[in-house]
Design a binder for this molecule. Structure first.
Ligand code: MN
Length: 254
C-alpha cells in the first residue's frame, strides 16, 4: 500500500551514537539543513532494533552521516589507540539498514564521511585505522577536533559524481582520520586526495549510491556541493514517483 502523501521526499538520516548523561541521540543540524534546502523532508532515524524493511518502506532515501569510528572487528581490523567514539548499537543499526537498502536497490543512498566507511565495510572492504600512521606525504584530513580542514580532491572525469558536481577539481571540507583501505565489492573509487586517499565511491550497479569522504552538508554555499545534494534528493523524489505510479496502475487494474 503506497502512502498518499505528496510533496517532499522523506529522507532518513541515521542519528549519531548516544552521548551525555541522558543518552542523547542527535545529529549535527547541518545534515538536516542540507536535506531541507535540497528539497527533502529530513527524518532522523535513531538506532533501534527495527526490521530494516519496515524503516525503508517509510522513507524515500537514506543518508548515512559522519560520526565516530566503526568497531575494527567489523572489518577484520586491529584495535588502535586513536580509534574513538565506537558505538556497537549504531554500527549494528546502520550496517543492518544499509545492507537491506543495498539488497533492495530502490532507495537512493548518500553516504557521508563515516557513512562512506560504513558502506565500504558492509561490502567487505577494510579501513586505514589512522591516516597519520601512513607517514609523510599524507595530506592533513583532520586538523582540529572542532572544525573541518580543507584539501583538494580530484574526481574521475568519467564518473557520475563528476557529472553531478559539474567539475573534477574541488576543495572539500575534510574531517576524518580513517579512510578506505581495501575497496568493498561492487564499489568503484571515483575521487582521490593528492596523497592517494580515496575520497569518493560509487556503487557499480545500485541506481543511486554515492559515498563521499568529505562534508557536502558543510559546503552548502558551494554550487558543486549543492548540486550533489540536489541530485540525491531529486533521485529520491523520482523513486517515490515510481512507487506511486505503480500503486496507481495496481489500483486501476483492480
Ligand atoms: Mn579527506
Amino acid at each position: 500500500m503506497a502512502s498518499a502523501r505528496n510533496g517532499r521526499p522523506w529522507i532518513g538520516i541515521t542519528s549519531y551514537a548516544r552521548t551525555g548523561r541522558r543518552d542523547s541521540l542527535g545529529l549535527p543540524g547541518a545534515y538536516v539543513d542540507a536535506v531541507w534546502e535540497a528539497g527533502g523532508l529530513p527524518v532522523i532515524l535513531p538506532p533501534v532494533d527495527a526490521e530494516p524493511g519496515d524503516v525503508l518502506e517509510r522513507i524515500d532515501g537514506l543518508v548515512l552521516p559522519g560520526g565516530g569510528d566503526i568497531a575494527p572487528q567489523r572489518y577484520r581490523g586491529k584495535p588502535h589507540d586513536k580509534i574513538y567514539g565506537v558505538s556497537e548499537e549504531r554500527d549494528h543499526f546502520e550496517i543492518t539498514l544499509l545492507r537491506a537498502a543495498l539488497a533492495r536497490r530502490d532507495k537512493p543512498l548518500l553516504c557521508i564521511c563515516r557513512g562512506l566507511q560504513v558502506l565500504n565495510v558492509v561490502l567487505g572492504g577494510t579501513l586505514h585505522p589512522h591516516l597519520p600512521d601512513l607517514g609523510e606525504g599524507i595530506v592533513s584530513h583532520r586538523d582540529s577536533e572542532s572544525a573541518p580542514t580543507r584539501h583538494p580532491v580530484s574526481v574521475e572525469p568519467a564518473s557520475r559524481l563528476a557529472a553531478i558536481l559539474g567539475t573534477t577539481e574541488i576543495l572539500v571540507a575534510s574531517f576524518h582520520h580513517q579512510a578506505i583501505d581495501g575497496l568493498g565489492e561492487g564499489l568503484r573509487a571515483v575521487a582521490w586526495a593528492r596523497d592517494g586517499v580515496i575520497e569518493a565511491v560509487e556503487h557499480e550497479s545500485h541506481p543511486f549510491c554515492i559515498g563521499v569522504q568529505w562534508h557536502p552538508e558543510l559546503q552548502r554555499d558551494e554550487p558543486a556541493e549543492r548540486r550533489l545534494l540536489r541530485a540525491f534528493v531529486e533521485s529520491c523524489s523520482d523513486s517515490r514517483e515510481g512507487v506511486r505510479r505503480e500503486a496507481r496502475s495496481a489500483a486501476a487494474a483492480r
